[in-house]
Write a protein that binds this ligand. Structure first.
Ligand code: ADP
Length: 227
């Protein structure tokens, strides 16, 4: 069987709202993402999609169960080790691009690599290679404000992939774009995922986009079900 790049087993998470009743958001989530697989995560608002993505991406810890990224356990480790695992093996993309406005597209992709210890020249080459993969070589020196919404989001994909993570977690990555642009940007994301052998878990409300992925899971009553 194909190696699991991301594996969640019996993950639980509850929140306490002061004196109000406890909310059991995740009640035993199981998920296995194989290498190169692109999976759609569909969840109604409030179902716990962000909670799940944060736990899968080692930004938060579960109350119970286990999370493995690239074969390494994300729980039971000190915060430092979890941060290193996250920085090396997980890329995040959000609905809004969150690019740094005072830096160019290229610099936005170079900076996370410098933070990870990559030498400047290699980081620049990697950034140019990624920009070329999403068809933005001619926008490398533009700041985010000089890019269209779709271009900004394609740069955000490149930034998420800058440190060659094993898994990409995306939260409504095209949710802020008009339908035509959303389609193009999603196609760029699929090309990037297949071109780099990356695995991706992509939260989306868009049934057409979900249908184009390898597999679909739905978060229902705190558990994931295939559909
Ligand atoms: P979604 O992303 O699907 O909209 P969330 O994961 O953000 O859902 O939230 C799921 C539920 O958990 C909601 O009822 C929300 O109010 C609650 N919740 C999320 N984060 C916290 C938190 N840090 N503290 C308390 N309750 C939270």
């Amino acid at each position: 069987m194909n190696e699991a790049v991301l594996e969640l087993k019996s993950v639980t998470k509850s929140y306490n709202h002061g004196t109000a009743a406890q909310i059991d958001v995740l009640r035993g989530v199981d998920l296995r993402l194989a290498a190169g697989e692109m999976v759609a995560l569909v969840a109604p608002s409030g179902a716990g999609k962000s909670t799940l993505l944060h736990i899968a991406g080692l930004l938060d810890t579960p109350d119970g169960g286990s999370v493995h990224v690239a074969g390494q356990g994300g729980d039971g480790k000190g915060d430092g080790k979890r941060t290193t695992l996250r920085r090396q093996d997980v890329g995040f993309v959000y609905q809004f691009h969150h690019l740094l406005p005072e830096f160019s597209a290229l610099e936005n992709i170079v900076l996370p690599q410098l933070a990870n210890g990559t030498p400047q020249d290699a980081a620049r080459l990697r950034a140019l290679e990624l920009l070329s993969l999403v068809g933005l070589s001619n926008r490398a020196n533009h700041r985010p404000a000089a890019l269209s919404g779709g271009e900004q989001q394609r740069v955000a994909f490149c930034r998420a992939l800058a440190n060659s993570p094993r898994v990409l977690l995306a939260d409504e990555p095209t949710g802020n774009l008009d339908p035509g642009t959303s389609d193009q940007v999603f196609a760029a994301l699929m090309d990037l995922v297949s071109g780099t052998g990356l695995s991706a878990l992509v939260a989306t409300h868009n049934p057409d986009l979900a249908a184009r992925m390898d597999r679909r899971v739905k978060l229902e009553h705190g558990r994931l079900v295939d559909f």
